[in-house]
Design a protein around this ligand. Structure first.
Ligand code: TNX
Length: 670
């Protein structure tokens, strides 16, 4: 919700806007504050400056950065306090710098915390190294500031890739430095159940791990054939909640329902609809992931789960999912289709609405409100108390707000930081290339929001889905930082600054000239710019691609043979051990050429050969191994006569009912 209390200073808004833009640039504050008045003189900071705050939590937090006194006396020159009588909206603060000292006052805890973040930005970046002992001068000034939106979030998917606990704390810490105040924690999905539920230990015993001997959950995305996963104990999650609270961040847990539930279904297959399944295309692996709506015992299990979730997380809202539900099983289920008839529904989205309303009732018993993904409102029967997260492209978020739902804007093409940042970089691609500038450019009216709908926007959220994290971390242990920063900086400002005052050119100057040095000092491995192209040039020698796999359309293989489909083409079933993909060239490949072999999608490691060998041959009879597949891929350098390349699969099943076939990329140095 927009900050409702308006300050008397709106009369001088124009002056304030100008001074804020100007001063923002000199000081490089990010997000830019509402108003900065620069005054005569300066405050000299040196090693014996003492900091005092009456708030013990803040004192602990500040002691990471400064020498903090536990008493106040004549030597105190930086004072941080909470003053509820300040005439400021929630989370607002004032920073007053005078020659004799600095006063940071927040209207509430969040305000004081935000003020501290601004204070830190007035120091040289080394302040982020901790225990700052340097000398510096800070110009006398008065900053008055408050956020435009009360919901300023980043999301983190810990299901697809397991994010170690310590890394999660670091994630929170760095967000808090950007005045982000919410962590939306996506705790469970098809690929993992990551929260300990004491009354149901089987959920993590089975659902927290995938791959390895006899595991009910198959390998996916990375670590093929190995046991991979992990979960958080309730104690850890409570520690996270406290750690985040100190940093003015609320953790909102998400249990994604009724779809995306393969991990729990592996522990409790009875939660699924009792329908016949044809598993030939997946070599026997059942990927059904939607809860049966009509099975009453399901709601008892859900009650057990949410009772504990609500004990761990004190947040007002609990996210209950609602996205991408494959409704086919409900149509086939005798009980769910009977429910459909009985309720007089006209659309299966209403069945989803029914299920989610039951879950709303459950969390309501524990005093909580529901948050959902935007599809949840498609049936028209979901309770209006739900807060809706608009993630799909286009006018989806606007429609939710127009219908009267409190709405969080997290539209994929602007705020999905799992998307790539240029064509050739790692990342998802379904929402296009998401640059920092693209994120910064989001404007509500341009995205279909009416004045009325704007009133229902509670804020913005970036998303970080982690299908690709565990794969890319192998090469780049700083993949999270690379994907988040500086896009989070843009998000932070969108959440903080009124839309009418945002200027990309001004933001970019502050980012590059001031904030990059801070990110550096925070030890964030942010993206510094477009990476260099690989050396050499790509050639497309005449070739014919064949496979032992049945194709959906035989003609698709011709496209691969002509290097005419860089997206890949789809075979009609999963892989089996012994499957072959082969490329036969008219002429031998140039000596020294670098060949990149990919099975599966290009950007996403799915639909691939989980393991296999790559061999080459001069005559198509005698083959020599040149590599084995890792995450469905292999590279080799042409050494000798190569007229044939053959990829042989050594695993049956890849979790999907298909394999994607790609053209090889052959690169020669100039
Ligand atoms: C869509 S966003 C999803 C996620 C994926 C994401 C990848 C949403 C509610 N569903 O399950 O991880 O795209 O970008």
């Amino acid at each position: 919700m927009k900050s409702s209390r308006r300050l008397p200073i709106t009369i001088v808004a124009l002056f304030v806007a100008c001074s804020s833009l100007w001063a923002g640039n000199t000081l490089g504050l990010l997000p830019a504050p509402r108003s900065v008045e620069i005054r005569q003189g300066q405050f000299d900071f040196c090693a014996d400056v003492n900091v005092y705050t009456h708030d013990d939590t803040l004192a602990d937090y500040l002691s990471d950065y400064f020498v903090v006194q536990r008493w106040i006396d004549y030597s105190t020159s930086i004072l941080v306090g909470i003053n509820p009588s300040l005439d400021l909206p929630a989370e607002g603060y004032v920073v007053d710098v005078k020659p004799e000292g600095i006063m940071v006052s927040g209207v509430d805890y969040g305000g004081a915390f935000n003020g501290v973040q601004t204070l830190l930005q007035l120091f040289p970046p080394e302040v982020y190294g901790g225990n700052f002992r340097g000398e510096c001068t800070i110009p006398c000034l008065r900053i008055t500031d408050w956020p435009e939106y009360s919901y300023r979030a980043m999301h983190l998917d810990v299901a697809r890739s397991f994010v170690p606990f310590e890394q999660m704390l670091r994630y929170v810490d760095n967000l808090s430095r950007h005045k982000i105040n919410t962590l939306h924690l996506h705790l469970v999905d098809d690929e993992g159940w990551r929260v300990e539920i004491l009354s149901h230990p089987e959920l993590t015993e089975v659902g927290a791990w995938r791959g390895g001997e006899g595991a009910p959950l198959h390998s996916v995305y990375s670590h093929w054939g190995e046991r991979y996963g992990g979960y958080y104990t309730q104690d850890q999650l409570r520690t996270l909640v406290e750690y985040a609270e100190v940093r003015n961040i609320e953790v909102i847990p998400e249990i994604d329902l009724p779809g995306h539930s393969l991990a729990i279904a592996k522990a409790h297959p009875e939660i699924l609809c009792p329908v016949e399944k044809d598993l030939t295309l997946t070599a026997g692996y059942d990927t059904s992931n939607v809860w049966c709506v009509s099975r009453e015992e399901n709601y008892t299990l859900l009650d057990d789960i949410f009772r504990e979730i609500c004990q761990i997380f004190p947040s007002e809202y609990i996210h209950i999912g609602g996205d991408e539900v494959a409704m086919g099983s409900w149509r086939k289920c005798p009980h769910c289709s009977a429910l459909y008839e009985r309720e007089g529904y006209t659309d299966y989205h209403q069945v989803e609405g029914y299920f989610l309303n039951r879950v709303v009732e459950i969390i309501g018993r524990y005093g909580r409100k529901p948050a959902v993904w935007n599809e949840a409102i498609n049936g028209g029967n979901l309770t209006l108390t739900a807060r809706v997260h608009g993630w799909e492209a286009g006018k989806i978020a606007a429609q939710s707000a127009e219908k009267g739902f409190q709405t969080v804007v997290m539209s994929g093409p602007f705020f999905y930081f799992d998307m790539r940042q240029s064509d050739d970089e790692p990342g998802h691609n379904w929402a296009g290339v998401v640059t920092t500038q693209k994120c910064y450019s989001y404007r509500l009216a341009e995205q279909g929001f009416s004045e009325r709908a704007k009133e229902n926007v509670v804020g913005f959220s970036g998303a970080f889905w982690t299908e690709l994290l565990s794969v890319h971390e192998e090469q780049n242990p700083h993949y999270i930082d690379y994907q988040l920063y500086p896009r989070v900086c843009a998000l932070a400002e969108i959440c903080w600054m009124p839309e009418s005052e945002r200027r990309w050119s001004d933001f970019e100057k502050r980012l590059v000239n001031h904030h990059f040095a801070r990110l550096e000092a925070m030890n964030i491995h942010y993206r510094k710019g477009k990476p260099a192209e690989p050396d050499g040039k790509i050639i497309t020698p005449k070739m014919c691609c064949t496979t032992s796999l049945p194709m959906r359309r035989e003609s698709d293989l011709d496209k691969i043979s002509r290097y005419a489909n860089s997206y890949g083409v789809r075979a009609a079933r999963t892989c089996r051990s012994g499957d072959i993909i082969a490329y036969e060239f008219d002429e031998r490949l140039p000596e020294g050429a670098l060949v990149e072999i990919v099975t599966g999608y290009r950007h996403v490691t799915r639909g691939l050969f989980p393991s296999g060998t790559v061999e080459v041959s001069a005559d198509g009879i005698d083959f020599l191994p040149v590599g084995s597949l890792h995450n469905g891929r292999a590279n080799f350098v042409v050494d000798g006569v190569v007229n044939y390349i053959r990829i042989s699969c050594t695993t049956t099943g890849n979790g999907d009912p298909y394999v994607f076939i790609q053209q090889p990329i052959i690169r020669v140095l100039d």
